[in-house]
Structure formats: C-alpha cells, structure tokens
Design a protein around this ligand. Structure first.
Ligand SMILES: Nc1ncnc2c1ncn2[C@@H]1O[C@H](COP(=O)(O)OP(=O)(O)OP(=O)(O)O)[C@@H](O)[C@H]1O
Ligand SMILES: [Mg+2]
Length: 312
C-alpha cells in the first residue's frame, strides 16, 4: 500500500451481538432473536468507514495472540485497512465486547482486555505518520496516545479525537494536555457531557471551545449533530430512518465519513456533516457495527435522493 491518508490509533475488538426482545431480569432466561459475532472497536470501525469510502487508511494498535486476533487482522485486510503497525501481542487476550440490542438500541459491556492489549512505544514507527493527513484516536492508551499525537503535530497531521464516556471519566485534568492538541473533538453527547460535567451537549460544546479546542462536533443520535467553533454554532438534523436495526457504530460511521469529507475532500462543515449523517443513516439499518457502513457509491445515491441541492 502506498501513502496512507488517515491513521487510526486505538482499539480493535470482537463484538458478540445478541438481538433480544427485552432486557432479562436477574435470574430470567430469554431467547435471543439473532446472535452473531463481528469485528468491532471504535477506532477500527472508524477506519472501515473510511476505507469503504475509498480513502487509504491504517490502524496503529494491537490484538491478542489468539484466533480472535487473527480474525480481526484478516478483516482489516479484507477491508483494505493497512496493518503494518497492527501488532499481535504475545501472551495477551484479544478483547471481546458483549452487545445487547433491544429494538435497535444497544447496551455494551466492554472487555477488560481493551486496556491491556495495546501497542508499546517500541512498536511505533515514525515514518508511518510522516505523510498522513489525519490522525484519529480515542485516547484509550495514554502513553502511546501522547507519543503519537506529538509525532502527528511534528509532521503537521490533523488531530481528530473521539472521546467515549468511559475515557472521559478520567477527567479533564488528566486528558487536557492531549485534548488541547486536537484540531477537532468529535465525541457523542455522553462523552462531551462527561468531560465537561455539563448537562447539555450545547453547554458542553461551548465549554470545550472556551477551553481552546478549535472545532467541536457532538453527535446527537437521532437528532443529528451539533457543530461549534468560536464563530458559529449550528445543529444539523439527520434523516428520518424508519427501519433502525442496530445503532452500534453509528458514531464511527459518522466520524469516518466526516473525516473523509472535511479533511480529505476539503468540503464545508455543513456539507461534511450531511455526508456523515447520511453514512450513519445507512449504517443503522443493518445488524453489527460495520455491516451497514456504506461504500462511496451507495452513499452518493442516498445523498442524491435526500440532499438534491448539495449533492448531484
Ligand atoms: N436513531 C437514529 N436515527 C437516525 N440517525 C441516527 C440514530 N442514531 C444515530 N444516528 C446517526 O449516527 C450518528 C452518531 O450517533 P450517536 O450520537 O448515537 O453516536 P455514538 O453514541 O457514538 O454511537 P456508537 O457509539 O455506536 O458509535 C448521529 O449523529 C446520526 O447521524
Ligand atoms: Mg461513539
């Protein structure tokens, strides 16, 4: 693979997904409607979203030395995500997340191996970042995140950070140094509220801008997304999707498509967010984080039908 435009630094996991009619009570046993396992992980899903839109990308991170790890690497290769810096860690277990989907809404139990199966500084290679345009990360592993973000700055690579609420729980003080190096912070509303201790996404976005992050986009589930800079604020609604099967990975589809549109194609914020909402809209109509992530052609077809003025 030649030059890599977008690099993801973070997690790749196996998702075991059970679609269930309702959440079982303690001691209750229920039958699932459907059950399957998929490759997942916020950063890895993000990269698949990017790759399907035709942009070169690669994963910096690790899997365990087990059959799940082999499966995840095979999936990356199948999706054309570069794995030169995807390391198989001896003696570590590949993380497995358990996901329960009730009427399209997901509940996730994260693996403890997410934190232990990680890249070490010695596994990193500087050249990998030097020609990239964007580094996207969840900051899950603090030491390697700091190192890679500093390298990205050195090479003038744009820094995009998605903040999950479990990571935001570490608190502003611990994360501040890295968050303030971001060119964009692009979390969901739970992550944004957690890191700012604000009650609404609007207040959270304002707080983050005041602290010095230049661009903040907060995804709002079925409400679309909120975008804020020093100069303006706008909420961009998403499409009315009736057949919602699984929202797992909706944010990752959104972030991947946004990065392609804004940082690589150089589109306006509004056009890029519409492209991202559309990608997420297609994603949520299939079970599994990646299954419904659109290829470029499908996405353009959806946008032609729904956004005739902007996309022809
Ligand atoms: N119910 C829904 N109806 C329509 N669009 C949705 C819905 N849920 C999510 N989306 C789309 O997906 C985007 C991201 O959703 P959300 O804010 O829930 O992200 P998230 O919580 O990070 O998701 P995940 O963690 O599964 O990736 C939204 O901005 C929107 O475009
Ligand atoms: Mg998310």
């Amino acid at each position: 693979m030649g030059k890599i435009d977008i690099i993801g630094l973070g997690e790749v996991v196996v998702d075991w997904v059970a679609e269930i009619p309702h959440f079982p009570e303690p001691d209750e046993k229920i039958d699932a409607i459907a059950e399957n396992y998929f490759s997942g992980g916020v950063t890895a899903n993000f990269l698949v979203a990017v790759a399907r839109l035709g942009i070169s990308c690669g994963f910096i991170g690790a899997v365990g030395d087990d059959s799940y790890g082999d499966f995840l690497i095979k999936e990356f290769k199948r999706e054309r995500v570069d794995t030169k810096l995807t390391v198989i860690k001896k003696g570590k277990q590949t993380p497995v997340n358990f996901i329960f989907v009730v009427k399209g809404e997901k509940t996730i139990i994260q693996s403890p191996h997410m934190l232990t199966t990680k890249l070490e500084l010695k596994d990193l290679e500087e050249y990998y970042l030097s020609e990239a345009k964007v580094l996207h990360t969840t900051l899950i592993h603090p030491e390697i995140s700091e190192k890679v973000i500093n390298l990205a700055k050195k090479f003038d690579v744009k820094i995009s950070i998605d903040l999950e609420s479990q990571i935001a729980q570490r608190g502003w003080k611990k994360l501040k140094k890295l968050l303030l190096m971001a060119d964009i912070l692009i979390p969901n509303k739970e992550g944004a509220k957690m890191i700012t201790k604000c009650n609404t996404p609007e207040d959270a976005a304002k707080t983050l801008i005041e602290k010095g992050i230049p661009l903040v986009i907060i995804t709002l589930g079925n409400r679309g997304a909120l975008v804020l800079t020093k100069e303006f604020q706008n909420e961009i609604p998403t499409y009315n999707i009736k057949n919602i099967v699984d929202t797992t990975g909706a944010g990752d589809a959104f972030n991947g498509a946004f990065s392609v549109a804004y940082w690589i194609k150089g589109w306006s914020l509004e056009k890029s967010i519409k492209y991202a909402n559309a990608a997420a809209s297609l994603k949520i109509q299939k079970l599994g984080a990646r299954t419904g992530m659109p290829y470029d052609l499908e996405l353009r077809k959806f946008l032609k039908e729904n956004e005739r003025d902007l996309f022809t």
